[in-house]
Structure formats: C-alpha cells, structure tokens
Design a protein around this ligand. Structure first.
Ligand code: ZN
Ligand code: ZN
Length: 179
C-alpha cells in the first residue's frame, strides 16, 4: 500500500466506500484493489461492520463545519489510528512509507490510510477540497455523495454531470418563476 504525496488515492477510496457502500468483505477488498492497494488483509470477525464504522467516522471529517474543526477531528483520528512512519517494501510496490503499525486487519489499515491520506490531501490541495455534492443542499434532493476535489482549479461542486444538470434545471426554473 502506498500513500502518494497527495494522499489522493486514499481519499478517493474513502469517498467511494461512502458513496457506494460495499455489500461484504470481498467487495471492500476489491475496492482497495481498484484504488491501487496491493496488500492482503488479516481476517477479523465483523470486519465489514468495522470498516463501515471507519467510513462513518471519516464522514465527520467530510461534514466538519470549518477548517479548524476539520483539523481537530483529523488530528484525533490520526492519533487513534496512525503510527510513526516506517519504510516498507512489500508486494513489489517498491520502497514506500506506511503510517501505521503492523496490524493488517481491514478496518485498522483503512483508518490509518483514510486519516493520513485525507490530511495529506487537504494540506497539499487545500482544506476545503472535501465535502458533499452541492445538489443535495436543496431540500428534497437525494444526493448525499462525497466530493473529493482533485480538479486543477478546485471548484468542483457536484458529484456527477447528472447532479450538475439537475441543479442547473432547478436554477433555470427558479429564474422563470421570478419573472
Ligand atoms: Zn504499502
Ligand atoms: Zn450529487
């Protein structure tokens, strides 16, 4: 497993697990593969539920009211899950850093990866580059998707073209009503 300098894959993995919750352990592991993790995990009783809890805790970072609060929550989560960095070379990935101890269970690894990866992403790209799809801010709109903003200009507001279009249609209707 590799945390690139921007923590991007880790935040995108967390958002993917939040937006499209996996049904079982195998799906969680498949998702870690999709986002570039290669390591195998030690089975743990109830690890699907433990990962769900880890994702839910991570969502408190997403929904933090301001950067100060966001930093406080992340610091608490890193203190609980992460360890001092250590160099490792496994699964032919090449030498890289792990920010956790040797516990290889799914939830433990993901808590460390989410917290450190998100901290790297936010401090590198900007503290505001994480949030919810703006379409969902309108009452009655069902979208609660997490957005990880990795765009060049940092102005992503919607999770998808579909949500952007739905919001545009609403704005258009609102303008027509004002006339
Ligand atoms: Zn690794
Ligand atoms: Zn959306």
């Amino acid at each position: 497993m590799q945390l690139n300098p921007y923590g991007e894959y880790a935040v995108l993995l967390a958002a993917s697990l939040a937006n499209d919750p996996p049904a079982d352990r195998a799906e969680i592991i498949a998702r870690t593969r999709t986002f570039g993790m290669t390591m195998s995990f030690v089975p743990e009783p109830g690890d699907h539920a433990l990962v769900t809890a880890a994702v839910n805790d991570w969502l408190t970072v997403v929904d933090a009211a301001d950067p100060q609060r966001r930093a406080e929550i992340l610091n608490t989560q890193m203190a609980a899950a992460a360890a001092y960095p250590r160099l490792t070379d496994h699964d032919d990935e090449g030498w890289h850093l792990h920010y956790r101890d040797q516990n290889q269970t799914l939830a433990h690894v993901l808590r460390a990866v989410f917290s450190v990866g998100t901290a790297l992403h936010l401090t590198t790209r900007g503290m505001q580059r994480l949030g919810r799809c703006a379409a969902g801010f309108t009452a009655g709109d069902p979208c609660r998707n997490v957005i990880v903003d990795v765009t060049r200009n940092g102005r992503q507001r919607y999770c998808s073209v579909r949500c952007a279009n739905r919001a545009a249609v609403r704005r258009h209707r609102a303008r027509r009503h004002q006339k």
